[in-house]
Design a protein around this ligand. Structure first.
Ligand code: AMP
Ligand code: ZN
Length: 464
């Protein structure tokens, strides 16, 4: 398997630290609001990374933090006139609901920053003791000049950073590029006692302490959106490696942006849609298909046209599965013929090439063609193709709700049948065949469907 590593800016062979046990971390939400559909991209993509490793037979220890203390939470608590804790509880609940709705499996651990304050203080103290950090007026800063490899992830030089950071110069910092590890609390803000006075830890420290606590000093994969490369991940590396002297992470993976009209979707630009609203318009699998039909490092533009295409593609898959009466056999463990197994190999080749989900979806389309081609393929091969399409699709988080979706399909079909009966009844009425018209009405009633005659149309409803 090859993975594009932001550290080297190259695809590298993937060699896990422990064979068969993958340790990965992805930066999670700051719970001050509902997450938008751009934020959903890393959550959804790293869910697929995790699923693929599991499908290959690995155990995956997947950690995603929850940032439940931060300036944005404090601002939101003032806006909503609630405590910071009430705000975080509300949006943590929403985060679990919305990720579940998107068929994103919960991580193995979802640590919260506020549960790690003690460990963070200890970590910062150690950095201070070893000369990597200094305190000034109750704030503690990391001294970037003390970490010789600073800038290795984002490929930036400290000299260049100085120019950028000078705009909002903070005279307490030794170097304008130094970043905050501990922030002194202002009156009324949530605070914790520390050797430097009351305050709270910085975001960059949070991710280092929680990831290393649960995954160890060095682990395999760290992910997030590409905007996190700098400063967040650069600063994680600086703190972690300054203390341990070892690589914190072997493979740094970053997803590209979800754009809207060519611009990054973000709260600050106010061009965002929250995921729970998008879920009212589009099915979870449509959303998954939309993201995964593009390579994770490419930008993707959010628009209704692409969403409709994704919806049609998923509907096409489902139609094939329902038409082949797939439901009654799909759980069976079957032995595949070599021509179907070939598609599994193709799928893996695509995924092994830096998680090329776009190409792996093309394999699902090829299987779909086989399912539909009655002239060329036997029923046995077509059923095997259906089974394989489901098995591989599930690695991408598709077909999770196959039972309920097939039920929805059936409901849709029943609706069509009732409408057909209404049409027949109208025809009978035109022919003044009242007996048959009444029979349709009464028989439908017996199965729980009531017909309501309106002025120009007949509508139906379920009798509850
Ligand atoms: P935040 O709450 O801003 O820290 O973002 C949570 C995650 O979403 C991070 O991994 C970000 O990099 C990612 N993210 C934010 N906006 C976008 C976007 N428009 N497209 C893709 N990923 C994003
Ligand atoms: Zn993080």
């Amino acid at each position: 398997m090859r993975i594009y590593n932001t550290l080297s800016r190259k695809k590298e062979d993937f060699v896990p630290i422990n064979q068969g046990k993958i340790k990965m971390y992805c930066c999670g939400p700051t719970v001050y609001n509902y997450f938008h559909i751009g934020n959903a991209r890393p959550f959804l993509f790293f869910d697929v990374v995790r699923r693929y490793f599991e499908y290959l037979g690995n155990e995956v220890i997947y950690v995603m933090n929850i940032t439940d203390i931060d300036d944005k939470l404090i601002d939101q608590s003032l806006r909503e006139k609630k405590s910071v804790q009430e705000i975080s509880q509300k949006y943590i609940k929403a985060f679990y609901e919305d990720t579940k709705a998107l068929c994103i499996k919960p991580a193995v651990f979802h640590p919260k920053a506020t549960e790690y304050i003690g460990k963070m203080i200890k970590f910062i103290k150690e950095l201070e003791n070893k000369g990597f950090a200094y305190e000034k007026d109750g704030d503690v800063y990391f001294s970037v000049e003390e970490f010789k490899e600073y800038g290795k992830l984002s490929h930036r030089k400290i000299e260049d950073l100085k120019v950028g950071a000078r705009v909002k110069a903070n005279l307490n910092k030794k170097n304008p590029a130094d970043f905050t590890l501990w922030k002194k609390a202002k009156a009324g803000e949530p605070e914790w006692g520390s050797p430097w006075g009351k305050g709270r830890p910085g975001w960059h420290t949070e991710c280092v302490v929680m990831s290393q606590d649960l995954l160890g000093e060095s682990f395999d994969i760290h992910g997030g959106g590409m905007d996190l490369q700098f400063p967040h991940h650069e600063n994680e590396i600086a703190q972690a490696e300054a203390l341990s002297g070892k690589p914190m992470v072997n493979y740094w993976m970053h997803n590209g942006f979800l754009n809207i009209n060519g611009e990054k979707m973000s709260k600050s630009l106010d061009n965002f849609f929250i995921t729970r609203d998008i879920l009212k318009e589009y099915e979870p699998e449509t959303i998954r298909f939309f993201f995964l039909s593009k390579h994770y490092r490419s930008p993707i533009d959010f628009n209704d046209g692409l969403m409709e295409e994704s919806r049609n593609a998923m509907a096409n898959f489902y139609n094939s599965l329902t038409n082949i009466s797939f439901l009654d056999f799909w759980k069976d463990d079957i032995e595949y013929s070599p021509e179907i197994l070939e598609f599994e190999k193709k799928f893996k080749d695509s995924m092994n090439d830096d998680f090329n989900t776009a190409k792996s979806i093309a394999t699902l389309f090829e299987l779909n063609k086989i399912i539909r081609n009655e002239n060329k393929y036997s029923l046995k091969i077509r059923k095997q193709a259906a089974m394989m399409m489901t098995k591989l699709g599930r690695v991408l988080g598709f077909f999770e709700n196959i039972d309920s979706l097939i039920k929805a399909e059936t409901d849709h079909l029943s609706g069509d049948l009732i409408n057909l009966l209404i049409e027949y009844r109208n025809d009978f009425k035109v022919d003044k065949n009242w007996k048959m018209a009444d029979k349709i009405r009464n028989d439908l009633k017996k199965i729980g469907i009531e017909l309501i005659d309106k002025k120009d149309e007949v509508v139906w409803k379920k009798i509850l």
